[in-house]
Design a protein around this ligand. Structure first.
Ligand code: 5RP
Length: 230
């Protein structure tokens, strides 16, 4: 199976999960990236069952709208039963590194509102320890050099993502070489650096459910203590 076939399979599984776990007229949170794009294409098949979606990026918003799915501003929405998104890395506790597509801040905000975070990945994303994938950190442009020096103090080498501006008008530092022994602690620590908007560790709010595509089928892993969306 190709990686795209795995992404397609997991997107279909996520569509079925959404269809089985929402009430009529629910609003769904939708992530960003190539796996999320497959999911958006699948969501179109059940669009009559949802009232709309909240998107974690302008790119996902455009794709949803191209399918005729209404996109709402998060401020208009009081609850999101489910948020579906990919990850760059995920561990057995369903903590993640995200932001390879640069949408980490809006992804973290939408995830914070959602009752259930469903992560959709192919098996290459499951790791024993987070940190091989460079950690994205969104920064206010004037703070870039300061934040890079602070990250060096934490053992990471920050590289500016060239030619990239986030949907929020900010820059991204990709941080190589960090040892992520305690993801919750590191997420909290980096977010305390003045000028950091947020970092791509999703440990304080990880996923509740992982749908993992393998050549043998889509496996389901649930975070201990995770509740159902409805
Ligand atoms: C975007 C993200 C994506 O979820 C992550 O990069 C995974 O993307 P893909 O499904 O293309 O591998 O965090 O900011």
């Amino acid at each position: 199976m190709t990686q795209d076939q795995l992404k397609q399979a997991v997107a279909r599984a996520a569509r079925d999960y959404v269809a089985a776990n929402i009430g009529e007229g629910a609003i769904i949170g939708v992530g960003t990236g190539s796996t999320a794009n497959f999911f958006i294409d699948e969501l179109a098949a059940i669009k009559d069952r949802i009232a709309g979606a909240v998107a974690s990026s302008d790119a996902s918003k455009r794709r949803l709208e191209a399918h005729g799915i209404k996109v709402l501003d998060l401020n208009e929405v009081s609850e999101l039963p489910i948020y579906v998104d990919g990850a760059d890395e995920i561990d057995a506790e369903l903590m993640m590194v995200k932001g390879g597509g640069g949408a980490l801040t809006r992804e973290k905000i939408v995830a914070a509102v959602a009752r259930t975070f469903v992560c959709v990945c192919d098996q290459s994303k499951l790791v024993a320890t987070l940190g091989k994938f460079p950690l994205p950190v969104e920064v206010i442009p004037m703070a870039r050099a300061h934040v890079a020096r602070e990250l060096a103090g934490l053992g990471g080498q920050a590289k500016l993502r060239q030619g990239f501006v986030s949907d929020n008008g900010n820059q991204i530092l990709d941080v190589h070489g960090l040892t992520i022994a305690d993801p919750v602690r590191l997420e909290t620590r980096i977010n305390q650096i003045p000028g950091v908007v947020t970092n791509g560790l999703f440990a304080l709010r990880g996923a509740d459910l992982l749908l993992l595509a393998t050549p043998a089928g889509v496996k389901t892993l649930r975070r201990a203590g995770a509740t159902n969306p409805s």
